[in-house]
Design a protein around this ligand. Sequence first.
Ligand code: 3H9
Length: 696
Amino acid sequence: MSDPVLLEITDDIAVIAIANPPVNALSHSVRQGLDAAFAEIARRDDVKAAVIYGTDRTFIAGADIREFGKPPQEPFLPDLINRIEACAVPVVAALHGTALGGGLEVALGAHYRIAVPSARFGLPEVTLGILPGAGGTQRLPRLAGVEFALEAITSGRQIGAEEALAAGVIDRISDTADIREMGLSYARELIASGAQPRRTSDIAPEPVSPDVFEQARAKLAKKARGQLAPQNCVKAVEGALSLPFAEGLANERALFQELMESDQRAALIHAFFAERQVAKVPEINGVEPRAISRIGVIGGGTMGAGIAVSALLTGLQVTLIERDAEAVSRAETNVAKILQGSVKRGKLTQEKFDAIMREAFEASAEYATLATADVVIEAVFESMEVKKEVFTKLDAICKPGAVLASNTSYLDVNEIAAMTTRPQDVIGLHFFSPAHVMRLLEIVVADETAPDVTATGFALAKRLKKVAVRAGVCDGFIGNRILSHYRKAGDGAVLAGASPFEVDRALVNFGLAMGPYAVSDLAGLDIGWATRKRLAPTRDPREVYAEFADRLCEAGHFGRKTGKGFYVYDDGGQTPNAEVIDHIAEERAAKGIAAREIPEQEIVDRYMAAMINEAARVVEEGIALRPLDVDVTLLNGYGFPRWRGGPMQYADTVGLEKVLADIERFAQEDDFLWQPAPLLKRLVAEGKTFADLNNA
Ligand code: 3H9
């Protein structure tokens, strides 16, 4: 392996190049190399300045996250950065790409910072369940002010060069293309002007009112409910103001260590790597995707319009098909409305909006306009008959090699593919609503889908900035199949004695964005009702079928859109619907169930056990490639709390033995719903975890 840190002395300037692809993370060998370089600079008397820069596409993306959880090796990053800051000659950080986490902390330890206009900065540690642990919480407030630092550190957001310059994070922006040269010429200028080292730790931070910290704590307690890292970030920044620099650093270190040992840190880092691992699908390894520039979308409702917008925003040409002129015009309005939302939020300029609507988007009632599309995504009504009709038409019109995709969320993609003479070109692309916002895309690979069609699905997802998960064909694929099981566990808890409102509250307290009954109200209760009716003929007579949601639907209460569902919606507020309690009481009486009090923890245990158990089946059947694919699905499409890492990570954290024991306990009440998955039993017997399968 070539040296990750290279030191050369040129014109009395020590030039330190970091070359640790892909992102120049501060691995042990990089820290050693930097330490040795600064030791060498200290030894020499012919060096008048130093420059640090990153080779290839970026400066430094931070500490090497793969080293977390392993025994730490010296030199430690905080000590190394102190050593850089203590350097007797001016140190310049020349910045391009991203300077993130420990990377930005290295730059803050340097004495002068220069960046190209496209450079981006940030302390994203909080998103990994930790805090900037190499002086970031002490140096950023000194350079850019406490309030700026507090916001940047607790949000973890990336900051552009202009904003960084205005805030004092960097000293200068330069559009010199050669980063090494950019650093060198700044260093030469500093030497010529007799500039001295300028140590951030010497700056006295500007005092702020203690209210600033209290307000931050209160805001984060709401926004980042249940999370440790944001609160520790506040404490660390507070220390920058209340403690001398060295003590502030020690305080930061202690708070950092506390987080390093937390399950939340393990979960968030699992999520980070899982979202990258999920794109590694063996069957497409080395397979070239088909070219995509023109997309066809069939159906201009909420889903179709969202898909169209998502494609338009990444520069693709989109043709949207609707039934007749009136529907075409409605679809156009839907697309324009969503795009206008981007204009309002400042994400899109009015000129760009006009150009997209004029040049990249067309809506039509003529299927023939799809003849040149590279990928066509059908997003019509969820009925096999309707889908079959669409695919028969597509088969007749689309060019050879076009990818024909269905956005179905439950239906059999093999059956849809069989309607065409080219099943190898057919795939499921299951977007989540609203499609221009939600990050998840399930790529449903049917029996005959060609590997380059699957590869095209993944390439399209990347282009649309989505996280794609490979799924096999079954009712509901990965996400909705698992959902239907844990929803039944929620209903089971209600029949046993909890109210839907208690179930929602328990799961929100657990960390879900919304409880399941509030979600059903939002999605429309008629949707679940239609699915239940569709599956009724095949329902196993042993299933304890909960009817209380059907009672609401029969009365025309479909949730938010009708003003009433599990909750009553008026004046922008939401209150429990008392009628639901009556329906449940009647149902319990009819079923001979004596209600008992269900503790909050039991509600969570039931819900999680059902989720994990069905997920284990989904993995065992190969519907999901690995447990991590399930985690990524639930995190990005179903509001699962990221700081718990996904259901499989959660299962490993609480222990698979406990999950199995829970299932066996609940089975005493309903042994049809609670049948342990063979994979779960096997892992427990072998003393293994889901993580072992991820790494297999
Ligand atoms: C920290 O700094 C703690 C300190 O405060 C205190 C310490 C004491 N380490 O995302 P990509 C890998 S915490 C190891 O696909 P992009 C990534 O897994 C750190 N590996 O590329 C992938 O590997 P593979 C704070 C890392 O261009 C490959 O690099 N920093 C790291 O879309 C390419 O990544 C962060 O949180 C890492 N730090 O995005 C930044 N980063 O090819 C985390 C990436 O095998 N990183 N990899 O799948 C990012 O946000 C993005 O990777 C970045 C590039 C924006 C840099």
